[in-house]
Design a protein around this ligand. Structure first.
Ligand SMILES: [Cu+2]
Length: 132
């Protein structure tokens, strides 16, 4: 497990929070366009191979629901000081290992459908990805 001095940790937390709040607000209106633009590597045209980022922060997945084109690469990043995992409710993809602070987990979703997932350590933490 990684450890940071308390001062640096709170700075990291402050830096991480601001853009996520803005992202969550815009995502409610235009999920795909907002996220693709915010992620930098995403493609608002819905082209295959775009990358979408889901932040894990304060025991929640942000955005909690995400719509992506088939073939999208999904990257979860843990911004909490607690470990979290990413587990497909239907076993649609291989579960992550425990993610420490700033660790990430990536999967590619090729088939259209709805992918519910949760944290295996904190099962109340849930999220959903819709692949079109
Ligand atoms: Cu968790």
């Amino acid at each position: 497990m990684k450890t940071f001095a308390p001062r640096r940790r709170s700075l990291l937390r402050a830096l991480a929070c601001a853009p996520i709040a803005a992202l969550a607000a815009t995502a409610l209106v235009h999920p795909v366009a907002a996220l693709a633009a915010s992620n930098g590597t995403g493609d608002a045209s819905g082209k295959n191979g775009a990358t979408y980022r889901i932040e894990i922060h304060d025991f929640a997945f942000t955005p909690k629901e995400l719509t992506v084109p088939a073939g999208a690469r999904i990257v979860w990043v843990n911004r909490d000081d607690e470990p979290h995992t990413v587990v497909s409710a239907a076993g649609a993809f291989k579960p992550s290992q425990a993610l420490d602070t700033d660790d990430s987990f990536t999967t590619v979703l090729d088939k259209p459908g709805t992918y519910a997932y949760f944290c295996g350590i904190h099962p109340m933490m849930v999220g959903k990805i819709v692949v079109r």
